[in-house]
Each structure stands twice: as C-alpha cells, then as structure tokens.
Design a protein around this ligand. Sequence first.
Ligand SMILES: Nc1ncnc2c1ncn2[C@@H]1O[C@H](COP(=O)(O)OP(=O)(O)OP(=O)(O)O)[C@@H](O)[C@H]1O
Ligand SMILES: [Mg+2]
Length: 234
Amino acid sequence: MLEARGICAGYGDLEVLHDVDLSLGEGEILAVVGSNGAGKSTLMRTLAGLIRPRHGKIEFGGQDVTSLPAHRIAELGIVYVPEGRRLFGRLSVLDNLLVGSFVKRTRSERAKNLELVYGLFPVLKERMQQKSGTLSGGEQQMLAIARGLMACPKVLLLDEPSLGIAPVIVDRIFEVVSKLKALGLPVLLSEQNVRRALQVANHGMVIQTGRVVMRGTGAELLASDRIRRAYLGM
Ligand SMILES: Nc1ncnc2c1ncn2[C@@H]1O[C@H](COP(=O)(O)OP(=O)(O)OP(=O)(O)O)[C@@H](O)[C@H]1O
Ligand SMILES: [Mg+2]
C-alpha cells in the first residue's frame, strides 16, 4: 500500500538516508527502529512530503506520490504525527482536534471521528475545553495522535509516540496502537522503545546511519542476538 524504493534524502548538502526501501502492507504495522540520529524522522518527513527525496520513488496505493507536496499527500491519507507533538498550545483540546480535520474530504466525518478518538482516549473528552498547552506530556501525545486520526488517515506515520512519557501512559499509547492495528489502519511506527514496538509490529526494519541494516518480522527481530545486544540491553 505504501512503497518506497531507493530513497536518498537529507538536508542541504547532508545526505541522511541512503538507498532506503520500505513496504507497508494493508492493515500492517511496520516498526522503524534505530538510535538517535539514525534517520527515522527524516524517513517519515520524506514519506509525508515535507522533504523531497533526491533519488528513489514513493508509491501509495499504486500512485506515484514522490513529488507531490505535503498537503496533497495528507489529502491522499498519509498522515504524519511528528515527534514532539507540535500542538497549538493556546487552543483547546477540541480546537486542536478540529484542526486535524482541515482536509476537505474529512469534514463530513468530523462527528464520527470525534467519537472514535474520544473512545480511544476518554481523557481528551473530559478535557475537551482545556488549553492543550496545560495538558500533561502523555495527554499531549494522545492529543497529537488523536489529531492525526481526525484527518481520516489511510496510513499513519507515528514518530516516537512514547518519547519522554511516563510508563503508564506508554502502556496506554501502545494499547491504542494495537487498537489501530485491529481496526486495520496501517501504521509506520518509529520508536526507541524497541521491545514494545517490535511486540506490536508485524514487521520491523533497523536503520543505522541512514541505511537499513536489518529487516524481519517483529518476532524475528526480537529474537535476534544483534537486536538484543544493541537495543534491548541483553
Ligand atoms: N532540519 C535539519 N537540518 C539539518 N540536519 C538535520 C535536520 N534534521 C535532522 N538532521 C540530521 O539528520 C540526521 C538524522 O536525523 P533524524 O531526526 O532523522 O534522526 P532520528 O532517527 O529521528 O533520531 P531521534 O531518535 O533522535 O529522533 C541527524 O544527523 C540530524 O542531525
Ligand atoms: Mg526522530
């Protein structure tokens, strides 16, 4: 459903991603694992159309989207939830959610989507009128994911949703990722919480300094000595 081949991308003269291939199937979760600076966010930004790849091709549902601008990619249903949340802190929870449904196609779905996200994250319903800047870090992360869901994603790009969040909220976030999987929504999940990410994922890929160095099913990668040593501290 989302396919990238031979992606090279970076910033200015700096090439960060070297010849990256990726394939995300229907209803599948693909975990992108790697240490700080490996290029996970750069990969997501490239897929979201925020960075134009220098080489390579990106296809979505058979359509070549390589050179489409970010807003067109979002309209097609590739929805990016960036690292660090990027909420409108002075707006209420509800207004942040409504910003998520700015894409024309999604407006008629607003009521239904609100119901969906309030079901996934009841705390957001309780705090509908609260300014998002005053939410806890974990609640803000929930809101960022919920805002992404308001855009009727066909694919969700989730960049480090568990970063800097208390363990109990991390559980909540991974529960929601499992629910999205059950709903059949494909998710590209970047995580430093390697164990949790590979547990929920169908497939995983490991990026090191911008290259894919390992691929496998979540279970295969969890069992691999190399992963256990490098990322699981075993
Ligand atoms: N806007 C930018 N301008 C220049 N270089 C950048 C920019 N953003 C990222 N980089 C560089 O690109 C490389 C990959 O960064 P990226 O953010 O993709 O890594 P990451 O795997 O997401 O890391 P983290 O786990 O810390 O989020 C790093 O060396 C980083 O310094
Ligand atoms: Mg990152």
